[in-house]
Design a protein around this ligand. Structure first.
Ligand SMILES: Cc1cc2nc3c(=O)[nH]c(=O)nc-3n(C[C@H](O)[C@H](O)[C@H](O)COP(=O)(O)OP(=O)(O)OC[C@H]3O[C@@H](n4cnc5c(N)ncnc54)[C@H](O)[C@@H]3O)c2cc1C
Length: 280
């Protein structure tokens, strides 16, 4: 890794980091915790731009939303009382289930969202919470719904910008949520991960979000499955209808860990488990 690097920059402000990224273009990449980029440094990278000294490690309650800086670590998120309040701590769970302690203390939310690929754990939770990403670019800031952020396998809308922060609208006090993950071992990456949030209104489901990781080229919501639940009670027959839609619609990735059929089956199992737990 070191051999291909010509420069390692330590900008002291976000503006300076953005300027350096603009100057170096595709030959430079931001580095935060380094848990993803160090073992997988792309061959074209000649320069790394450290983003951990830009003051972006914060979790702030700001009116009706939470603002989370891009270099906030998974550990900071996992122990934050403000994050725990969001739909039963769905994001908190995604930041601690399975993560080895050393990695959790170093890895950042920004790195997980930009570099984690389809298996990353925080994106399903962020999708289920209707998060928005704020990207700092050479010509100003851009705010995007996270739904529009994941473009293809390990390709995101961050482009040549630097992820600055993530906004999460505060869910209603009725909101329930759950994050589930299945891996080959306690600390392996997900075979399938799933986040669900929902609000019940007079015994039927109101706002529903069902978001998966590791079942396609990007983390994604299954909108059709969400529609099946709308205006319905959270009962076993309805839950089975949702499971059928999920297993029909997912198009899982294949790797050395699992076949597509196995991942499809797991997606159904996790959906049933999540909805039954939310129902109880
Ligand atoms: C042993 C081990 C166990 C792991 N377990 C898990 C797990 O359980 N769950 C899980 O989801 N992941 C896991 N991972 C993957 C990894 O730790 C995460 O994806 C991590 O969150 C990446 O964050 P980072 O700060 O280390 O990113 P880095 O490695 O520093 O960067 C990752 C990518 O994001 C880009 N980037 C980083 N910050 C920014 C920014 N602010 N703006 C623009 N681009 C940016 C970098 O250029 C790079 O492309 C594991 C990794 C290891 C090595």
């Amino acid at each position: 890794m070191i051999r291909q690097l010509e420069e390692f920059l330590y900008p002291q402000s976000l503006a300076e980091a953005v300027q350096k990224k603009h100057e170096y273009g595709e030959a430079a990449a931001p580095i935060a915790g380094g848990t993803e980029i160090v073992p997988n440094l792309p061959p074209e990278i000649r320069c790394l731009i450290d983003v951990t000294r830009l003051g972006l490690d914060y979790i702030e309650e700001d009116g009706e939303r939470l603002r989370i800086g891009a270099t906030t670590t998974m550990h900071q998120l996992a122990v934050s009382p403000a994050v725990a309040k969001l739909a039963n701590g769905v994001l908190s769970s995604s930041c601690c289930q399975g993560w080895p302690t050393e990695v959790r203390n170093t890895a950042t939310l920004g790195g997980n969202v930009v570099g984690g690929g389809p298996f990353a754990d925080s994106p399903p939770a962020l999708l289920a919470l209707d998060a928005e990403v704020v990207i700092a670019r050479h010509d100003g800031e851009e705010k995007l719904p996270i739904l529009d952020f994941f473009l293809d396998y390990r390709r995101t809308a961050v482009g040549q910008g630097i992820l600055k922060e993530i906004h999460i609208p505060r869910p209603s006090s009725q909101a329930r949520g759950i994050f589930l993950k299945l891996g080959r071992t306690q600390v392996d990456q997900a075979l399938v991960n799933l986040a669900v949030t929902l609000e019940m209104d007079r015994g039927v489901c109101g706002r529903v979000r069902i978001a998966f990781g590791a079942i396609g080229r990007t983390p994604q919501r299954i909108l059709e499955a969400e529609r099946v639940l709308l205006e319905k009670p959270l009962q076993p027959d309805v839950i089975e209808d949702v499971v059928s839609v999920v297993t029909e619609l997912v198009d899982p990735v294949i790797d050395l860990r699992a076949s597509a059929d196995y991942r499809r089956e797991l997606a159904g199992v996790l959906t049933r488990r999540a909805l039954l737990q939310l129902a109880s």
